[in-house]
Ligand binder design. Sequence first.
Ligand code: SF4
Ligand code: SF4
Length: 196
Amino acid sequence: MGEMKIAIPQWQGRVSPVFDVACNLLLADVDGEKVVRTENCALYQRGPAAKAAEVAALKVDVVVCGAISLPLMNMISASSIRVISHVCGPVDEILNAFLQNRLSDSVFQMPGGRGGGGRSRYRRHEARVGKCVNKEVSAMTAQVDTDKCTGCGLCVEICPVEAIKISGGVAEVDEDICIGCCACEDECPNDAITVK
Ligand code: SF4
Ligand code: SF4
């Protein structure tokens, strides 16, 4: 492994659960297994095409990220940038694991993994992620209509950041954790949860 630039979308020191709505990248210039320089870089663009172009302009060689929509993945890959997705954990540990070729360790894999149940279910709401990233992400949180909620728990299962729990027989969202990704809104069979 020679010189390259690694980009890791980050959220509070950890890999951002959903790259499509990530607002910050850790950029690391590496030479072999040595980190030469790191910097934080804000992401301003929303929507797959604009975000992919923004990443490509940073001359990135590899993106290591959590969940990512298929359109964004394809557009970034089209710029000859390698994308390693469905990774979770603290960004410093992830960077070291990448340099030591240990990213496939189970501890760094998102629940469901690549191509597993989590991934296939994520694909079903990719279009919804596309809709949501056009809004002000910071202002969005999921809100539950308790009259409609049956407490089935599907939203709990799909939430990438574990922001939902069932309390008193209905879903309850921790707005401090929710990143407004819309996965729960799409998953709910009763239209009981809305991101706004
Ligand atoms: S609560 Fe819903 S909108 Fe918020 S992060 Fe979880 S799945 Fe995404
Ligand atoms: S998926 Fe819908 S009905 Fe089921 S617990 Fe979540 S909000 Fe309630």
